[in-house]
Design a binder for this molecule. Sequence first.
Ligand code: FE2
Length: 257
Amino acid sequence: MNILILGDIIGESSVKRVKEILPNVIKKNNIDFVIANGENSAGGMGITAKIYKDLVLAGVNVITMGNHTWGKKEIFNIIDNQNLLRPANYPKGVVGNGYGIYNCLNKKIAVINLIGRASMNVLSENPFLVADDIVNKIKDKADAIIVDFHAEATAEKIAMGYYLDGKVTCVFGTHTHVATADETILEKGTAYITDIGMSGPKKSVIGMDVGASVKRFVTTLPERYKVSDDKEVICNGCILKLNSESCRVEKFSRIKL
Ligand code: FE2
């Protein structure tokens, strides 16, 4: 079983690119299931109903979110859709789902979305303890559990990898938009990577316009962030190969499309 995981899709041009290439990527790599982070897909902040629909039609099975979950008001029209996940460690009672269990071939794949607490500026519950609660709740119902940990601090992400080693199938990081070269299979069998990178414009500062980003750093003056208009879009992600019977990780590799 092959699972394709795509990093944060930044802006409409990247959505377009993902839509264009995904059917062929799925075919060429025998992909059975696709997870993509969509929290930056609408103009860099949030997601719209149209983008959600487009990504699902293109072949994405589950869309995860992050600190920009509420960036577009429209999300409240689609937030209860089972294949759109917002961080599970938002306070109790918040709308939407933080995890889901999905059919893939003859197996059940669980996906959990969590948000970090270090340098994220989001008041969330402890992601480690929330992960424990969810894993305990679903471990007998799912054959594989995949976690998108949307976080800034590499240390927090690495700690999550070790914390969940042997308890889940894969922990992948999102949010920093730059792929890290540390993909590995940890001691107890969990696939781990600190960040899978972005699907976004190549000439950019993590997806955003170079001039505006540089000006902010150089002058400290407020400058509105906008998605880079570079036509060349790079798509970073990973392919997680699981044993089709046991669902144990056989291979975990980075891809750049
Ligand atoms: Fe983010």
